[in-house]
Design a protein around this ligand. Structure first.
Ligand code: OSB
Ligand code: MG
Length: 367
């Protein structure tokens, strides 16, 4: 039994966003990802998506560094390997430091392949229980547009809205928006834009009505996050700070946060993510699944993750049409009454349409 990796494929997808994504860290107008496929002897194909950005503004990895590491480091280790369980991929890559987004892309593909071999939807294979996952949208726009964007999201059925904030954001403007929609959940994401000097400013966001504030301070600022957790009523949630299960342990030990944003790409794939989920459950740490302005392959993996018991908050799950003119999966992901139904098909549950990449995308195919 098990799986022997016979073929490995990589394709670059590069598409413009419908609307620019503006955060304090970066404006994203166009997105490039690498779709990884692995095939076994049976001909089944598993898919993963490498979601590093073009430049290192979110994590240190870039899509170029990932392409290098995939081609020259990870791929040679993977070729011809036999696995009894997809967790063995993490073991295989143990000698390779960091590069979690590159590793995650391959890991995802192998987990998908195993679920397909077992003829199970991936969400079932990993122990998921939800049949539908609550949707959630992110508003990363100029302050003057926030009111309109929230109204649009509400009309589209979203029940959870995440708004990007930074020290110059006016909390009173946000408060007037949030109080207009008492039935919606609002999250704030500061992407590490606050610091010791403007700590008091952060406190002004405490009575806006946010369910949580994501990553107010820099990724290694455990003490500042602990201070925020002690002094604010709003829950503190960590995103950039959490790259491993050890980081979650650090957050717990330092009392530096109440909630963790799960991002499989940042954590290095399913194996480490499942360990994080277990640790968070043990310590009653809240969890939800974060987005990466990603295409449907990554989204499908994340939907399976969000189906697990204990993921209590709605994640960054918007419809394919939110970012893209056309996604790379069939059917596309759509939001119905604030929810996304999980596919009942095996593996990630979607067809991957890499045969219809535009010529410029195909020209970038690298292996
Ligand atoms: O900080 O959560 C973040 C997107 C890219 C990089 C970092 C972040 C984000 C988002 C999620 O905010 C957007 C989405 O994909 O829905
Ligand atoms: Mg974030």
């Amino acid at each position: 039994m098990g799986i022997t990796i016979k073929e490995i494929g990589f394709k670059t997808v590069r598409r413009p966003l419908k609307t620019p994504f503006k955060s304090v860290l970066q404006q994203v107008d166009e997105r490039e990802v690498i779709v990884v496929s692995v095939q076994d002897e049976s001909g089944d194909i598993g898919y993963g998506e490498c979601v590093a950005f073009e430049t290192p503004w979110y994590t240190e990895e870039t899509i170029t560094s990932c392409r290098f590491v995939l081609e020259h480091v990870l791929l040679p280790l993977l070729r011809g390997q036999n696995f009894q369980h997809p967790k063995e991929v993490w073991e295989l890559f143990k000698a390779v430091k960091g590069n979690r987004m590159a590793k995650a892309a391959i890991e995802m593909a192998v987990w998908d392949l195993f679920a397909k071999q077992q003829q199970q939807p991936l969400w079932q294979f990993v122990g998921g229980i939800l049949k539908a996952v609550p949707a959630g949208i992110v508003i990363a726009a100029d302050p003057s547009q926030i009111g309109d964007r929230v109204a649009q999201a509400n009309n589209a059925g979203y029940k959870r809205i995440k708004i990007k904030i930074h020290p110059d954001t006016d909390p009173f403007v946000l408060k007037s928006v949030v109080t207009n929609y008492p039935e919606l959940l609002f999250f704030a994401d500061a992407n590490g834009s606050f610091n010791k000097a403007n700590f008091e400013r952060l406190k002004e966001f405490d009575d806006v009505g946010f369910t949580l504030i994501e990553q107010p301070f820099g990724e290694r600022e455990w003490a500042l996050h602990a201070r925020a957790k002690a002094q604010l009523n709003t829950k503190i949630c960590l995103d950039e700070s959490i790259s491993s299960v050890d980081d979650v342990q650090q957050m717990i030990d330092m009392k530096a946060g109440d909630i963790v944003v799960l991002k499989m790409s940042r954590l290095g794939g399913w194996t480490e993510t499942l360990k994080v989920v277990e640790l968070c459950r043990e310590h009653s740490i809240g969890m939800w699944v974060g987005g990466m302005i990603e295409f449907g392959v990554s989204k499908a993996h994340n939907l399976a993750l969000a189906s697990l018991p204990g993921i209590e908050y709605p994640g960054d799950f918007s419809a394919s049409t939110h970012f893209w003119e056309k996604d790379i999966i069939e059917p596309e992901i759509f939001v119905d009454n604030g929810e996304i139904q999980l596919s009942q098909l095996t593996g990630i549950g979607y067809k991957v349409d890499t045969a219809h990449l535009s010529p410029s995308e195909e020209a970038k195919e690298c292996f």
